[in-house]
Design a protein. Structure first.
Length: 241
């Protein structure tokens, strides 16, 4: 046993740690993986990264492990993993370098625009309609003949809501474990949560089926934020779990 060694990854701020970091990102594939994780609003599994980059999972896996070893990434087990190889979710470590990918000015712009809306006396109904318009635009990127509940779940995943959906026949309840609008919603839930509800309504209206939002619990409710939907049309596609 060699004295003075440690199983902990090297500190990114140290000289050896910085060299290891630069060497790790000097590989084009690892750099592409790092950018993909930096741009994602939620942790990604090996399969997610592989699909996004058009690579095989077996190619991506050792690169992820190398970046974890030098302290660039954090890893946690995926909830509800099935039989077979354990699934892990990867995200950037808190002290990982931004490499020019610092958060853009959009959050600041959103906060300013929200204040303008409040000062102008804009109410929740107007925000809901603005959300509907955006929801219709987002729906255009999904297959109109796909199960709308599955598409809605996928849309929320892409936006970083970390959704959990429960499907029962022609109804579905979507719980939102994380809200990317939380900071803005805390200061003005009426406008921000109305935008979210409108986003859902416009999205499902644009899909090729009759779906409606029957209930929507926002930050004002004691229960978790969620949306309840129902349809009278027959839909096909993958079930949401």
């Amino acid at each position: 046993m060699v004295r003075g060694t440690s199983a902990e990854p090297p500190s990114i701020g140290s000289v050896p740690g910085r060299l290891d970091l630069l060497k790790a990102l000097g590989d084009n594939t690892r750099f592409a993986i790092y950018l993909e994780l930096a741009r994602s609003s939620t942790p990604l599994a090996t399969a997610d990264v592989a699909e996004a980059l058009g690579l095989h999972a077996n190619t991506v896996r050792p690169h992820l492990e190398r970046m974890r070893e030098v302290g660039l990434l954090e890893v946690r087990p995926a909830a509800g993993g099935g039989v077979g190889r354990p699934q892990h979710l990867y995200s950037l470590a808190p002290d990982a370098p931004a490499l020019g990918l610092e958060p853009p000015a959009y959050p600041v712009l959103a906060a300013m625009l929200l204040q303008v809306a409040v000062d102008a006396g804009i109410r929740g109904d107007a925000a809901t309609e603005a959300g509907r318009q955006q929801g219709r635009r987002l729906a255009a990127g999904f297959d109109a003949h796909r199960d709308p509940f599955v598409s809605l779940h996928a849309m929320h995943e892409q936006m970083g809501f970390d959704p959990e959906s429960i499907r029962e026949d022609d109804t579905a309840t979507v719980f939102f474990a994380h809200c990317p609008f939380a900071e803005l919603a805390a200061s003005n839930p009426d406008l921000v949560c109305s935008l979210h509800r409108g986003l859902i309504e416009g999205f499902v209206e644009e899909m090729d089926t009759v779906v409606e939002v029957t209930d929507f619990h926002d930050r004002a409710h004691r229960e978790p934020c969620l949306a309840m939907l129902s349809t009278t049309a027959v839909v096909t596609g993958d079930d949401v779990h």
